[in-house]
Design a protein around this ligand. Structure first.
Ligand SMILES: [Zn+2]
Ligand SMILES: [Zn+2]
Ligand SMILES: [Zn+2]
Ligand SMILES: [Zn+2]
Length: 555
Protein backbone atom coordinates (compact mmCIF):
# COMPACT_ATOMS: atom_id res chain seq x y z
CA UNK A 1 0.00 0.00 0.00
CA UNK A 2 1.20 3.47 -0.87
CA UNK A 3 0.96 6.59 1.23
CA UNK A 4 -2.39 8.30 0.72
CA UNK A 5 -3.51 11.89 1.26
CA UNK A 6 -7.11 12.15 2.43
CA UNK A 7 -9.47 14.96 3.18
CA UNK A 8 -10.98 14.94 6.67
CA UNK A 9 -14.76 14.90 6.41
CA UNK A 10 -14.99 16.88 9.66
CA UNK A 11 -12.46 19.75 9.40
CA UNK A 12 -11.85 19.44 5.64
CA UNK A 13 -8.06 19.50 6.19
CA UNK A 14 -5.76 17.06 4.47
CA UNK A 15 -4.18 14.23 6.40
CA UNK A 16 -1.79 11.44 5.47
CA UNK A 17 -2.20 7.72 5.83
CA UNK A 18 1.15 5.93 5.80
CA UNK A 19 1.75 2.46 4.32
CA UNK A 20 2.22 1.00 7.84
CA UNK A 21 -1.14 2.49 8.86
CA UNK A 22 -2.80 0.52 6.08
CA UNK A 23 -1.09 -2.63 7.37
CA UNK A 24 -2.62 -1.99 10.79
CA UNK A 25 -6.08 -1.35 9.33
CA UNK A 26 -5.83 -4.58 7.42
CA UNK A 27 -4.90 -6.44 10.59
CA UNK A 28 -7.87 -4.90 12.43
CA UNK A 29 -10.16 -5.55 9.43
CA UNK A 30 -11.26 -1.93 9.19
CA UNK A 31 -11.18 0.57 6.34
CA UNK A 32 -9.01 3.69 6.61
CA UNK A 33 -10.56 6.49 8.71
CA UNK A 34 -12.37 9.47 7.22
CA UNK A 35 -11.61 11.86 10.12
CA UNK A 36 -8.07 13.26 10.54
CA UNK A 37 -6.05 12.27 13.66
CA UNK A 38 -6.90 15.52 15.52
CA UNK A 39 -10.62 15.25 14.82
CA UNK A 40 -10.50 11.59 15.87
CA UNK A 41 -8.87 12.50 19.19
CA UNK A 42 -11.30 15.34 19.81
CA UNK A 43 -14.29 13.11 19.10
CA UNK A 44 -12.99 10.30 21.34
CA UNK A 45 -12.33 12.67 24.23
CA UNK A 46 -15.87 14.04 23.94
CA UNK A 47 -17.15 10.63 25.05
CA UNK A 48 -15.52 10.88 28.48
CA UNK A 49 -16.52 12.95 31.49
CA UNK A 50 -13.59 13.03 33.87
CA UNK A 51 -14.41 15.62 36.49
CA UNK A 52 -17.82 17.23 36.18
CA UNK A 53 -19.53 15.48 39.05
CA UNK A 54 -23.10 15.73 40.26
CA UNK A 55 -25.20 14.67 43.23
CA UNK A 56 -28.13 12.47 42.36
CA UNK A 57 -29.96 9.41 43.60
CA UNK A 58 -29.32 5.85 42.47
CA UNK A 59 -32.22 4.92 40.21
CA UNK A 60 -32.36 1.44 41.73
CA UNK A 61 -31.83 1.74 45.51
CA UNK A 62 -32.51 5.46 45.89
CA UNK A 63 -29.30 6.11 47.84
CA UNK A 64 -27.51 9.43 47.30
CA UNK A 65 -24.61 9.04 44.93
CA UNK A 66 -22.02 11.11 43.13
CA UNK A 67 -22.00 10.56 39.42
CA UNK A 68 -20.76 11.84 36.10
CA UNK A 69 -24.33 11.99 34.77
CA UNK A 70 -26.30 15.16 35.33
CA UNK A 71 -29.53 14.47 37.27
CA UNK A 72 -31.55 16.21 34.54
CA UNK A 73 -30.07 13.99 31.83
CA UNK A 74 -31.73 11.09 30.08
CA UNK A 75 -29.59 8.35 31.61
CA UNK A 76 -30.69 5.80 34.15
CA UNK A 77 -27.85 5.75 36.69
CA UNK A 78 -27.08 3.16 39.36
CA UNK A 79 -24.71 3.45 42.29
CA UNK A 80 -21.58 1.28 42.22
CA UNK A 81 -23.09 -1.51 44.38
CA UNK A 82 -26.34 -1.71 42.42
CA UNK A 83 -24.66 -1.54 39.04
CA UNK A 84 -22.37 -4.44 39.86
CA UNK A 85 -25.15 -6.46 41.55
CA UNK A 86 -27.40 -9.14 40.01
CA UNK A 87 -30.47 -6.99 40.75
CA UNK A 88 -30.61 -6.15 37.05
CA UNK A 89 -29.72 -7.86 33.81
CA UNK A 90 -28.06 -5.97 30.96
CA UNK A 91 -29.20 -8.61 28.45
CA UNK A 92 -32.84 -7.74 29.17
CA UNK A 93 -32.16 -4.46 27.32
CA UNK A 94 -31.13 -6.39 24.22
CA UNK A 95 -32.83 -5.86 20.90
CA UNK A 96 -33.12 -7.57 17.57
CA UNK A 97 -31.01 -5.98 14.84
CA UNK A 98 -33.25 -4.03 12.47
CA UNK A 99 -31.80 -3.93 8.96
CA UNK A 100 -34.11 -1.07 7.99
CA UNK A 101 -32.36 1.29 10.43
CA UNK A 102 -28.75 2.39 10.70
CA UNK A 103 -26.53 0.64 13.24
CA UNK A 104 -25.69 3.84 15.11
CA UNK A 105 -29.36 4.81 15.41
CA UNK A 106 -30.09 1.47 17.06
CA UNK A 107 -26.99 1.68 19.24
CA UNK A 108 -28.06 5.15 20.37
CA UNK A 109 -31.44 3.84 21.55
CA UNK A 110 -29.75 1.11 23.59
CA UNK A 111 -27.25 3.64 24.92
CA UNK A 112 -30.00 5.96 26.13
CA UNK A 113 -31.92 3.28 28.03
CA UNK A 114 -29.33 1.03 29.65
CA UNK A 115 -28.44 1.81 33.30
CA UNK A 116 -25.05 3.44 33.73
CA UNK A 117 -22.50 3.11 36.51
CA UNK A 118 -22.41 6.43 38.41
CA UNK A 119 -18.65 6.59 38.64
CA UNK A 120 -16.42 4.17 36.77
CA UNK A 121 -14.49 2.53 39.55
CA UNK A 122 -13.33 -1.10 39.68
CA UNK A 123 -11.80 -3.30 42.39
CA UNK A 124 -11.18 -0.39 44.71
CA UNK A 125 -11.16 -0.37 48.50
CA UNK A 126 -12.41 2.62 50.47
CA UNK A 127 -12.08 4.83 47.41
CA UNK A 128 -15.67 5.43 46.39
CA UNK A 129 -14.99 8.97 45.16
CA UNK A 130 -12.64 7.84 42.43
CA UNK A 131 -13.48 7.81 38.76
CA UNK A 132 -12.04 5.96 35.78
CA UNK A 133 -10.03 4.22 38.43
CA UNK A 134 -9.16 0.63 39.31
CA UNK A 135 -7.42 -1.24 42.09
CA UNK A 136 -6.97 1.74 44.41
CA UNK A 137 -7.04 1.79 48.20
CA UNK A 138 -7.98 4.63 50.55
CA UNK A 139 -7.99 7.24 47.78
CA UNK A 140 -10.20 10.27 47.30
CA UNK A 141 -10.93 12.21 44.12
CA UNK A 142 -8.51 10.15 42.14
CA UNK A 143 -9.18 10.13 38.41
CA UNK A 144 -7.78 8.01 35.57
CA UNK A 145 -5.59 6.00 37.94
CA UNK A 146 -4.76 2.47 39.06
CA UNK A 147 -2.96 0.62 41.83
CA UNK A 148 -2.52 3.56 44.22
CA UNK A 149 -2.83 3.96 47.98
CA UNK A 150 -3.80 7.09 49.88
CA UNK A 151 -3.60 9.41 46.87
CA UNK A 152 -5.99 12.36 46.90
CA UNK A 153 -6.94 14.93 44.26
CA UNK A 154 -4.66 13.32 41.73
CA UNK A 155 -5.05 12.64 38.02
CA UNK A 156 -3.54 9.86 35.98
CA UNK A 157 -1.51 8.18 38.74
CA UNK A 158 -0.06 4.69 38.66
CA UNK A 159 1.32 2.55 41.49
CA UNK A 160 1.90 5.47 43.86
CA UNK A 161 1.38 6.15 47.55
CA UNK A 162 0.54 9.16 49.71
CA UNK A 163 0.51 11.76 46.95
CA UNK A 164 -1.61 14.87 46.79
CA UNK A 165 -2.32 17.19 43.88
CA UNK A 166 -0.21 15.30 41.36
CA UNK A 167 -0.64 14.51 37.69
CA UNK A 168 0.98 11.80 35.51
CA UNK A 169 2.99 10.39 38.41
CA UNK A 170 4.13 6.79 38.54
CA UNK A 171 5.77 4.59 41.17
CA UNK A 172 6.20 7.52 43.52
CA UNK A 173 5.57 8.39 47.14
CA UNK A 174 4.82 11.47 49.23
CA UNK A 175 4.80 13.88 46.30
CA UNK A 176 2.94 17.16 46.11
CA UNK A 177 2.20 19.40 43.13
CA UNK A 178 4.17 17.23 40.71
CA UNK A 179 3.56 17.03 36.98
CA UNK A 180 5.03 13.99 35.17
CA UNK A 181 7.36 11.90 37.34
CA UNK A 182 8.62 8.36 37.75
CA UNK A 183 10.14 6.75 40.86
CA UNK A 184 10.24 9.88 42.98
CA UNK A 185 10.04 10.29 46.72
CA UNK A 186 9.11 13.47 48.56
CA UNK A 187 9.39 15.94 45.72
CA UNK A 188 7.37 19.14 45.61
CA UNK A 189 6.33 21.67 42.95
CA UNK A 190 8.27 19.78 40.28
CA UNK A 191 7.91 18.71 36.68
CA UNK A 192 9.35 15.94 34.48
CA UNK A 193 11.47 14.10 37.03
CA UNK A 194 12.81 10.61 37.41
CA UNK A 195 14.46 8.98 40.45
CA UNK A 196 14.51 12.18 42.52
CA UNK A 197 14.21 12.47 46.30
CA UNK A 198 13.63 15.21 48.88
CA UNK A 199 13.64 18.11 46.44
CA UNK A 200 11.68 21.24 45.55
CA UNK A 201 11.10 23.03 42.24
CA UNK A 202 12.81 20.71 39.75
CA UNK A 203 12.37 20.43 36.03
CA UNK A 204 13.68 17.66 33.79
CA UNK A 205 15.95 16.15 36.44
CA UNK A 206 17.13 12.58 36.99
CA UNK A 207 18.68 11.12 40.15
CA UNK A 208 18.64 14.25 42.30
CA UNK A 209 18.61 14.22 46.10
CA UNK A 210 18.18 17.28 48.30
CA UNK A 211 18.08 19.87 45.53
CA UNK A 212 16.13 23.07 45.06
CA UNK A 213 15.25 24.98 41.90
CA UNK A 214 17.19 22.91 39.36
CA UNK A 215 16.72 22.34 35.64
CA UNK A 216 18.17 19.53 33.54
CA UNK A 217 20.55 18.13 36.18
CA UNK A 218 21.57 14.48 36.46
CA UNK A 219 22.67 12.64 39.64
CA UNK A 220 23.44 15.51 42.01
CA UNK A 221 22.90 16.42 45.65
CA UNK A 222 22.72 19.77 47.45
CA UNK A 223 22.31 21.91 44.34
CA UNK A 224 20.49 25.22 44.48
CA UNK A 225 19.48 26.78 41.16
CA UNK A 226 21.88 24.39 39.40
CA UNK A 227 24.86 25.32 41.59
CA UNK A 228 26.66 22.93 43.90
CA UNK A 229 26.55 23.74 47.63
CA UNK A 230 27.67 22.03 50.82
CA UNK A 231 25.22 20.04 52.89
CA UNK A 232 25.24 22.76 55.57
CA UNK A 233 24.66 25.60 53.11
CA UNK A 234 21.80 23.65 51.59
CA UNK A 235 20.18 22.99 54.97
CA UNK A 236 20.30 26.68 55.88
CA UNK A 237 18.89 27.73 52.49
CA UNK A 238 16.12 25.14 52.55
CA UNK A 239 15.13 26.14 56.08
CA UNK A 240 14.48 29.69 54.85
CA UNK A 241 12.61 28.52 51.77
CA UNK A 242 10.45 26.12 53.73
CA UNK A 243 9.50 28.97 56.06
CA UNK A 244 8.44 31.00 53.00
CA UNK A 245 6.43 28.04 51.69
CA UNK A 246 4.71 27.64 55.07
CA UNK A 247 3.85 31.35 55.00
CA UNK A 248 1.97 30.66 51.78
CA UNK A 249 4.44 32.32 49.41
CA UNK A 250 4.46 29.41 46.98
CA UNK A 251 3.34 31.71 44.16
CA UNK A 252 6.41 33.95 44.57
CA UNK A 253 8.75 30.96 44.73
CA UNK A 254 7.12 29.37 41.67
CA UNK A 255 7.57 32.61 39.77
CA UNK A 256 11.24 32.80 40.84
CA UNK A 257 11.80 29.24 39.61
CA UNK A 258 9.89 29.84 36.39
CA UNK A 259 12.13 32.82 35.58
CA UNK A 260 15.22 30.75 36.32
CA UNK A 261 13.96 27.87 34.14
CA UNK A 262 13.13 30.24 31.28
CA UNK A 263 16.83 31.05 30.84
CA UNK A 264 17.48 27.40 30.05
CA UNK A 265 17.05 25.86 26.67
CA UNK A 266 14.35 23.24 26.15
CA UNK A 267 14.72 19.79 24.76
CA UNK A 268 12.47 19.32 21.72
CA UNK A 269 10.52 16.63 23.54
CA UNK A 270 10.38 15.07 26.97
CA UNK A 271 11.41 11.62 25.88
CA UNK A 272 13.71 9.20 27.70
CA UNK A 273 14.86 5.64 27.06
CA UNK A 274 12.75 5.64 23.91
CA UNK A 275 13.54 4.36 20.43
CA UNK A 276 11.99 5.21 17.05
CA UNK A 277 9.34 7.34 18.70
CA UNK A 278 7.85 10.81 18.42
CA UNK A 279 5.63 12.72 20.82
CA UNK A 280 6.01 14.08 24.32
CA UNK A 281 6.25 12.83 27.91
CA UNK A 282 7.45 9.41 26.89
CA UNK A 283 9.57 6.96 28.85
CA UNK A 284 10.71 3.52 27.81
CA UNK A 285 8.65 3.25 24.64
CA UNK A 286 9.48 1.65 21.31
CA UNK A 287 8.06 2.54 17.89
CA UNK A 288 5.48 4.88 19.37
CA UNK A 289 4.61 7.60 16.88
CA UNK A 290 2.74 10.77 17.68
CA UNK A 291 2.11 9.64 21.25
CA UNK A 292 1.69 11.79 24.34
CA UNK A 293 2.07 10.62 27.92
CA UNK A 294 3.19 7.08 27.52
CA UNK A 295 5.52 4.63 29.16
CA UNK A 296 6.38 0.95 28.76
CA UNK A 297 4.52 0.85 25.45
CA UNK A 298 5.33 -0.54 22.02
CA UNK A 299 4.13 0.09 18.47
CA UNK A 300 1.49 2.70 19.20
CA UNK A 301 0.37 5.60 17.04
CA UNK A 302 -1.74 8.64 17.81
CA UNK A 303 -1.85 7.60 21.46
CA UNK A 304 -2.74 9.81 24.38
CA UNK A 305 -1.89 7.91 27.58
CA UNK A 306 -0.54 4.59 26.31
CA UNK A 307 1.22 2.79 29.09
CA UNK A 308 1.99 -0.33 31.11
CA UNK A 309 2.38 -2.84 28.26
CA UNK A 310 0.17 -1.27 25.63
CA UNK A 311 1.07 -2.89 22.31
CA UNK A 312 -0.13 -2.21 18.77
CA UNK A 313 -2.53 0.55 19.66
CA UNK A 314 -3.73 3.11 17.13
CA UNK A 315 -5.88 6.06 18.14
CA UNK A 316 -6.00 5.08 21.78
CA UNK A 317 -6.74 7.40 24.69
CA UNK A 318 -5.87 5.84 28.02
CA UNK A 319 -4.98 2.35 26.95
CA UNK A 320 -2.80 0.18 29.15
CA UNK A 321 -2.19 -2.60 31.60
CA UNK A 322 -1.70 -5.25 28.95
CA UNK A 323 -3.82 -4.00 26.06
CA UNK A 324 -2.95 -5.30 22.61
CA UNK A 325 -4.41 -4.63 19.18
CA UNK A 326 -6.62 -1.73 20.11
CA UNK A 327 -8.02 0.74 17.59
CA UNK A 328 -9.97 3.99 18.05
CA UNK A 329 -10.83 3.40 21.67
CA UNK A 330 -10.93 5.32 24.92
CA UNK A 331 -10.26 3.94 28.41
CA UNK A 332 -9.81 0.42 27.18
CA UNK A 333 -7.30 -1.69 29.01
CA UNK A 334 -6.42 -4.33 31.58
CA UNK A 335 -5.73 -7.41 29.48
CA UNK A 336 -7.75 -6.51 26.42
CA UNK A 337 -7.08 -7.99 23.01
CA UNK A 338 -8.47 -6.93 19.65
CA UNK A 339 -10.87 -4.17 20.60
CA UNK A 340 -12.01 -1.56 18.11
CA UNK A 341 -14.25 1.44 18.75
CA UNK A 342 -14.38 0.75 22.49
CA UNK A 343 -15.36 2.97 25.38
CA UNK A 344 -14.38 1.89 28.88
CA UNK A 345 -14.08 -1.79 28.10
CA UNK A 346 -11.98 -3.07 30.99
CA UNK A 347 -10.64 -6.31 32.24
CA UNK A 348 -10.03 -9.26 29.98
CA UNK A 349 -12.02 -8.57 26.81
CA UNK A 350 -11.35 -10.13 23.41
CA UNK A 351 -12.73 -9.27 20.00
CA UNK A 352 -15.08 -6.41 20.80
CA UNK A 353 -16.42 -4.00 18.19
CA UNK A 354 -18.41 -0.87 19.07
CA UNK A 355 -18.82 -1.78 22.74
CA UNK A 356 -19.00 0.30 25.88
CA UNK A 357 -18.47 -0.57 29.54
CA UNK A 358 -18.08 -4.29 28.87
CA UNK A 359 -15.79 -6.55 30.89
CA UNK A 360 -14.47 -10.13 30.80
CA UNK A 361 -16.29 -10.70 27.52
CA UNK A 362 -15.51 -11.78 23.99
CA UNK A 363 -17.10 -11.53 20.55
CA UNK A 364 -19.48 -8.68 21.21
CA UNK A 365 -20.75 -6.21 18.62
CA UNK A 366 -22.57 -3.00 19.60
CA UNK A 367 -23.03 -4.02 23.23
CA UNK A 368 -23.16 -1.91 26.40
CA UNK A 369 -22.58 -2.86 30.06
CA UNK A 370 -22.18 -6.61 29.52
CA UNK A 371 -20.07 -8.66 31.92
CA UNK A 372 -18.71 -12.11 31.10
CA UNK A 373 -20.78 -12.54 27.93
CA UNK A 374 -20.03 -13.87 24.47
CA UNK A 375 -21.62 -13.65 21.03
CA UNK A 376 -24.00 -10.75 21.66
CA UNK A 377 -25.17 -8.01 19.30
CA UNK A 378 -26.98 -4.96 20.71
CA UNK A 379 -27.10 -6.85 24.04
CA UNK A 380 -28.99 -9.78 22.51
CA UNK A 381 -27.57 -13.26 22.95
CA UNK A 382 -26.79 -15.39 19.86
CA UNK A 383 -25.07 -18.70 19.27
CA UNK A 384 -21.53 -18.63 17.91
CA UNK A 385 -22.81 -19.63 14.46
CA UNK A 386 -25.57 -17.02 14.43
CA UNK A 387 -23.15 -14.34 15.59
CA UNK A 388 -20.57 -15.17 12.96
CA UNK A 389 -23.19 -15.11 10.23
CA UNK A 390 -24.85 -11.90 11.39
CA UNK A 391 -21.83 -9.64 12.01
CA UNK A 392 -20.64 -9.53 8.37
CA UNK A 393 -24.20 -8.73 7.27
CA UNK A 394 -24.39 -5.83 9.74
CA UNK A 395 -21.04 -4.50 8.55
CA UNK A 396 -22.31 -4.64 4.99
CA UNK A 397 -25.53 -2.89 5.97
CA UNK A 398 -23.54 -0.19 7.86
CA UNK A 399 -21.94 0.66 4.53
CA UNK A 400 -25.12 0.51 2.43
CA UNK A 401 -27.24 2.32 5.03
CA UNK A 402 -24.79 4.58 6.87
CA UNK A 403 -25.68 6.99 9.65
CA UNK A 404 -25.62 10.55 8.34
CA UNK A 405 -25.67 13.39 10.86
CA UNK A 406 -27.13 16.89 10.54
CA UNK A 407 -23.86 18.26 9.21
CA UNK A 408 -23.76 15.61 6.51
CA UNK A 409 -20.95 13.60 8.07
CA UNK A 410 -21.28 9.98 6.98
CA UNK A 411 -20.63 7.22 9.50
CA UNK A 412 -20.04 3.85 7.89
CA UNK A 413 -18.37 0.81 9.43
CA UNK A 414 -14.86 1.81 10.50
CA UNK A 415 -15.78 5.17 11.96
CA UNK A 416 -15.92 5.83 15.72
CA UNK A 417 -19.33 6.73 17.22
CA UNK A 418 -21.02 9.84 15.80
CA UNK A 419 -20.48 12.96 17.91
CA UNK A 420 -24.10 13.24 19.07
CA UNK A 421 -24.03 9.74 20.55
CA UNK A 422 -21.88 10.99 23.43
CA UNK A 423 -23.69 10.89 26.76
CA UNK A 424 -21.94 14.13 27.78
CA UNK A 425 -21.92 17.77 26.85
CA UNK A 426 -18.73 19.00 25.20
CA UNK A 427 -17.88 21.18 28.21
CA UNK A 428 -18.15 18.21 30.57
CA UNK A 429 -15.36 16.40 28.75
CA UNK A 430 -11.58 16.78 28.34
CA UNK A 431 -12.17 17.48 24.64
CA UNK A 432 -12.68 21.08 25.73
CA UNK A 433 -9.25 21.17 27.44
CA UNK A 434 -7.41 20.18 24.30
CA UNK A 435 -9.72 21.56 21.64
CA UNK A 436 -11.25 24.71 23.15
CA UNK A 437 -14.50 25.87 21.56
CA UNK A 438 -17.22 28.33 22.52
CA UNK A 439 -20.74 27.13 23.20
CA UNK A 440 -21.81 28.31 19.74
CA UNK A 441 -18.90 26.64 17.97
CA UNK A 442 -19.47 23.36 19.84
CA UNK A 443 -23.17 23.33 19.11
CA UNK A 444 -22.52 24.14 15.47
CA UNK A 445 -20.27 21.05 15.37
CA UNK A 446 -23.07 18.90 16.77
CA UNK A 447 -21.80 18.70 20.35
CA UNK A 448 -24.12 19.25 23.29
CA UNK A 449 -23.33 22.02 25.81
CA UNK A 450 -24.24 22.43 29.48
CA UNK A 451 -24.62 25.88 30.97
CA UNK A 452 -22.60 26.57 34.11
CA UNK A 453 -23.98 25.96 37.54
CA UNK A 454 -22.56 25.74 41.02
CA UNK A 455 -21.10 22.37 41.88
CA UNK A 456 -19.81 21.17 45.17
CA UNK A 457 -19.36 17.49 45.54
CA UNK A 458 -16.72 17.14 48.25
CA UNK A 459 -17.51 15.92 51.71
CA UNK A 460 -16.58 16.79 55.32
CA UNK A 461 -15.23 20.00 56.85
CA UNK A 462 -16.26 23.61 56.29
CA UNK A 463 -16.88 25.05 52.86
CA UNK A 464 -13.97 27.18 51.69
CA UNK A 465 -14.33 29.67 48.85
CA UNK A 466 -12.04 29.13 45.86
CA UNK A 467 -10.10 32.34 45.19
CA UNK A 468 -10.98 32.06 41.51
CA UNK A 469 -14.64 32.17 42.58
CA UNK A 470 -15.77 30.67 39.29
CA UNK A 471 -14.22 33.41 37.19
CA UNK A 472 -11.45 31.35 35.62
CA UNK A 473 -13.03 28.39 33.87
CA UNK A 474 -16.38 26.72 33.94
CA UNK A 475 -14.76 23.94 35.99
CA UNK A 476 -14.34 25.98 39.19
CA UNK A 477 -16.47 24.47 41.97
CA UNK A 478 -16.53 27.88 43.74
CA UNK A 479 -16.97 26.25 47.17
CA UNK A 480 -14.89 23.29 48.30
CA UNK A 481 -13.98 21.35 51.43
CA UNK A 482 -10.88 19.66 52.76
CA UNK A 483 -10.92 16.07 53.91
CA UNK A 484 -8.91 15.10 56.98
CA UNK A 485 -6.28 13.19 54.98
CA UNK A 486 -5.49 16.37 53.05
CA UNK A 487 -5.17 18.54 56.13
CA UNK A 488 -2.96 15.89 57.74
CA UNK A 489 -0.77 15.88 54.62
CA UNK A 490 -0.29 19.67 54.60
CA UNK A 491 0.53 19.55 58.27
CA UNK A 492 3.00 16.67 58.03
CA UNK A 493 4.75 18.06 54.94
CA UNK A 494 4.82 21.64 56.27
CA UNK A 495 2.76 22.99 53.40
CA UNK A 496 0.22 25.78 53.36
CA UNK A 497 -3.44 25.07 52.71
CA UNK A 498 -4.27 25.86 49.06
CA UNK A 499 -6.58 28.72 48.18
CA UNK A 500 -7.95 27.20 44.97
CA UNK A 501 -10.59 24.51 44.64
CA UNK A 502 -9.33 21.09 43.51
CA UNK A 503 -10.61 21.63 39.96
CA UNK A 504 -8.80 24.96 39.57
CA UNK A 505 -5.65 23.32 40.96
CA UNK A 506 -6.05 20.53 38.40
CA UNK A 507 -6.37 22.93 35.47
CA UNK A 508 -3.38 25.00 36.62
CA UNK A 509 -1.29 21.82 36.59
CA UNK A 510 -2.68 20.73 33.24
CA UNK A 511 -1.78 24.12 31.75
CA UNK A 512 1.91 23.17 32.13
CA UNK A 513 1.46 20.58 29.43
CA UNK A 514 2.44 21.34 25.86
CA UNK A 515 -0.32 20.75 23.29
CA UNK A 516 -0.99 17.26 21.94
CA UNK A 517 0.42 18.24 18.61
CA UNK A 518 3.77 18.05 16.83
CA UNK A 519 5.53 20.45 14.50
CA UNK A 520 8.52 19.59 12.33
CA UNK A 521 11.30 22.00 13.30
CA UNK A 522 15.05 22.51 13.17
CA UNK A 523 17.34 22.71 16.20
CA UNK A 524 17.78 26.36 17.21
CA UNK A 525 21.45 25.98 18.14
CA UNK A 526 23.37 27.85 15.46
CA UNK A 527 25.10 25.53 13.02
CA UNK A 528 23.23 22.44 14.19
CA UNK A 529 21.33 20.84 11.31
CA UNK A 530 19.29 18.36 13.36
CA UNK A 531 15.55 18.27 12.81
CA UNK A 532 12.82 16.84 14.98
CA UNK A 533 9.11 16.63 15.75
CA UNK A 534 8.30 18.88 18.68
CA UNK A 535 5.28 19.98 20.67
CA UNK A 536 6.75 23.51 20.78
CA UNK A 537 5.02 25.37 17.97
CA UNK A 538 7.29 27.59 15.83
CA UNK A 539 5.71 30.80 17.12
CA UNK A 540 6.63 30.11 20.76
CA UNK A 541 9.38 32.12 22.47
CA UNK A 542 11.27 29.17 24.01
CA UNK A 543 14.64 28.09 22.66
CA UNK A 544 14.28 24.50 21.49
CA UNK A 545 17.29 22.23 21.00
CA UNK A 546 17.85 18.75 19.70
CA UNK A 547 18.84 16.04 22.17
CA UNK A 548 22.61 16.37 21.58
CA UNK A 549 22.70 20.15 21.85
CA UNK A 550 20.46 20.05 24.91
CA UNK A 551 22.69 17.51 26.63
CA UNK A 552 25.80 19.55 25.86
CA UNK A 553 24.25 22.66 27.30
CA UNK A 554 22.20 21.48 30.24
CA UNK A 555 22.29 17.92 31.44
ZN1 LIG B 1 -10.12 16.84 10.81
ZN1 LIG C 1 -27.98 1.87 44.31
ZN1 LIG D 1 -11.95 27.15 41.69
ZN1 LIG E 1 21.09 20.62 17.82
Amino acid sequence: MKQEIKNCQNCKQEFTIEPEDFEFYEKMKVPAPTFCPDCRLQRRLSFRNERMLYHRECDLCGKKAITIYHPDGKNVVYCHDCWWSDKWNALSYGREYDFSKSFFEQYHKLSNTIPREGLINANSVNSEYSHLAADNKDCYMLIESSNNERCNHCYWMQISKDCLDCMFVNNSELCYEVFVAWNCYKIFFSKECRDCTDSYFLRDCVGLTNCYGCVGLRNKSYCIFNEQHSKEEYAKFLGEKKEQIKQGNVGILSEEFKNFALKHVNKYSYMQKSVHSTGDYLLNVKNCIYCFHGYDAESCKYGYHVWRDAKEVMDGSTIGRGAELIYESINTGMKNYNVKFGIQDWNGNNDLTYCESCSASSNLFGCICLHAKQYCILNKQYTKEEYEALVPKIIEQMNSLPYIDKKGRVYKFGEFFPIELSQFSYNETPALDHFPMSKEQAQEQGYAWKDQEEKNVTIGGDIIGCSHNGKCTHHCTIGFRFIKAELDFYNKMELPIPKLCPNCRHYERLSQSNPLKLWHRKCMKPECANEFETSYSPDRPEIVYCEQCYNNEVA
